[in-house]
Design a protein around this ligand. Structure first.
Ligand code: SF4
Length: 327
């Protein structure tokens, strides 16, 4: 690890002003950043420790939702009874991620901003446009089994690794931030992440020094919430494919639904195509299959990850069947 300076921030303004400078990074749980520093994939000149900032509460909002502070640990969010009762999808997704030890350290803000687990991103001997812009993408012709099939470009096919963010996307969460100039912004989570295009090293719309302060959950949509994750082993593994779904039935018809996929794109992939296909549809596996076909119509495999396309369709069907109480 390269030497770096360390400052513990005592207020938000100081933290943002410090991190607006080049080569300065925020650190909270550090569950991703420290690994990247050990590998010298990240080599900040200075870390700004934000763990003492007052961003670790979960509070009710006037509109009937919840505001989850950026420093709330994944474990604390998953066991909060308001989260478990009103957003069970979110608790399920968080508990499907990482290990207990990591969830005890990892924070809400850090979870959203964790970097991809593309193996070539972590291998400094291989070309990677995300790590070294313009160097190429080793995953295109390499072992790309874990990589994305939707919304990516030939410059980068990395998948976003978060489970929590997939649930939050289905819940229409908004990310609250503060800039070094002191302005507050609210960003719909679906707009937080930038498509890779030809600049895959720029991953979000956040500006230098802009700090995520909280995530706002609106009142829960009606319907049953389910998170399903398919992975290589039963715990401590990233999703090959995951699906977060909320399904509201009216007799034998789907009244409303929300669907997002994990493991298939550079961001949690909200599927308007699946939601449109399901609007008013009969609650049957045939309808759910049709939604899967619609959702994956624009998907493209890169060889080793071709299997993700049919897997995503089947995972969607199973998740919808569970959410609609067919199984
Ligand atoms: Fe790097 Fe993205 Fe290619 Fe992986 S997919 S090697 S992260 S450019």
């Amino acid at each position: 690890m390269k030497p770096f300076r360390y400052h513990r921030a005592s207020d938000i303004a100081f933290a943002c002003a410090s991190a607006a400078k080049p080569a300065v990074k925020f650190i909270a749980g550090g569950t991703n950043l420290v690994d990247l520093m050990k590998l010298q994939i990240e080599a900040p000149a200075q870390l700004v420790d934000i763990t003492r900032l007052p961003l670790n509460g979960i509070e009710e909002t006037a509109e009937g939702g919840l505001r989850i502070g950026a420093l709330v640990t994944n474990s604390a969010a998953a066991i909060d009874m308001r989260v478990r009762r009103r957003y069970p999808l979110l608790a399920q997704a968080i508990l499907a991620g990482a290990s207990t030890q990591l969830r005890n350290k990892a924070t809400t803000g850090g979870n959203l901003l964790q970097r991809t687990r593309c193996a070539y991103f972590y291998d400094a001997t291989k070309p990677c446009n995300k790590r070294v812009p313009g160097s190429g993408c080793a995953a295109l012709e390499g072992i790309n089994r874990m990589n994305a099939v939707l919304g990516v470009s030939d410059d980068c096919i990395a998948a976003h690794p978060s489970d929590m963010a997939v649930a939050m996307t289905t819940l229409d969460a908004r990310v609250e931030t503060i800039t070094p100039e002191g302005s507050a912004r609210t960003i719909p989570i679906d707009s937080l992440y930038r498509a890779p295009d030809n600049t895959p090293h720029i991953e979000t719309v956040l500006t230098p020094g802009e700090l995520i302060t909280s995530v706002l959950l609106p009142p829960p949509a009606s319907g049953r919430q389910v998170y399903r994750k398919v992975r290589d082993r039963a715990s401590f593994a990233f999703a090959l494919v995951s699906v977060a779904a909320i399904v509201a039935r009216e007799h034998d018809r789907v009244r409303a639904t929300r669907v997002a996929f994990g493991g298939v794109s550079y961001k949690p992939w909200r599927s308007a195509e699946a939601e449109e296909a399901l609007a008013g549809a009969a609650v049957t596996r045939v309808s759910f299959d049709a939604a899967g076909v619609a959702a994956l119509r624009s998907a493209r495999g890169y060889g080793h990850n071709d299997f993700k396309i049919p897997l995503a369709r089947r995972t969607l069907r199973a998740t919808l069947a569970e959410a609609a109480s067919l199984i």
